[in-house]
Design a protein around this ligand. Sequence first.
Ligand code: NAD
Ligand code: TYD
Length: 354
Amino acid sequence: MQSILITGGCGFIGSNFVRAALSTLASTRLVVLDSLTYAGNPMNLVGLESDERLRFVKGDILDASLLEALFSEEEFDTVVNFAAESHVDRSILEPGGFVRTNVLGTQSLIDAARRHWTPVGETCREGVRFLQVSTDEVFGSLGETGLFHEATPYDPHSPYSASKAAADHLVRAAFHTHGLPTLITNCSNNYGPYQFPEKLIPLVIRNAREGHAIPVYGDGKNVRDWLYVTDHCSAILEVLARGAIGGTYCVGGNCERRNLDVVETICDLIDEISESASAPRRDLITFVTDRPGHDRRYAIDSGKIARELGWRPTVDFDEGIRRTVHWYLANDPWIEAIIDGSYREFYDRFYGNR
Ligand code: NAD
Ligand code: TYD
């Protein structure tokens, strides 16, 4: 890989991926394209400003003329598409933005890659790759048993997962119809540094720290399969390097936890680490009305990526959640700045002139 377009590189997983790629791929150029929605935060790339291999461009994946210019200037051989609206609760309130970015935005990127890599009448440029970062949520919800795997039929239940499913279908169509060399990863729930504090784990850490009520949806027995974010990044790097073109890889942490257990673990860790509160943080747990259409259980069989590419998660949940809690407690200013939007001054300082 000589030149990678990383869309959504100022978000949670994208920014962790930028760090992973810079430390793994010594001489590769990385171009982050991010429109900086509420979830995109250039401070997530803080400390990387002086790295000449990294360029940041503020822009939308739907902007075809911007994509055209970037593909011409940078001669990308790889696209990794993280850009998305990613929060299920927001998709319930306002699905339109999810269709715009997740579906139309993905097609816009496919179109740009096709124009540059597979001109009409010519065979595809050698060595190029288009990797779509997708989710296990496209498979719907599991009962008490069973695991999602690459052949599980798509059955999305939320506007978020439906829009991600549609994007995956468009990526597959580009492979079959136009010969675009595509790859798809369907990953389980990630956690770790730089996640916007509307998602369960950072939200619980923040509320527990501040002594605010901790909302648990429904009975708290919904199950998610948690993966530490750097393990997701290493899986993507493996799939890019050695994945079978046109293929799909399920990526999971082999780490099923009920939401209530996750929340209690975080409360106990904060009790242990921070100065004592007047009462245990568990007392802040408040059961609230369930999310409409709330998927009961997700769990991934990562056998294919383990067998074919030798990938396995390296950070277990006890270690990962401890690291995550420590990171958020040590990074209060980051959290508050991204919530109130004041991080935008970092954008001008670090990236405004590139
Ligand atoms: P995020 O919400 O933290 O980041 C999304 C990024 O995309 C933000 O930086 C945002 O500014 C940018 N963006 C949004 N719309 C854009 C547009 N139109 N043009 C350019 N940039 C735009 O999301 P995340 O949690 O980092 O997820 C990244 C990807 O991974 C998403 O595609 C998501 O579906 C997928 N995924 C996430 C998880 C998870 O647990 N978070 C698990 C599996 C897959
Ligand atoms: P979330 O982090 O939104 O990820 P996803 O919905 O993509 O799995 O939520 C993780 C789980 O936690 C999910 O079952 C919903 C639940 N949840 C709560 O119980 N309370 C909350 O405040 C949030 C944000 C999520």
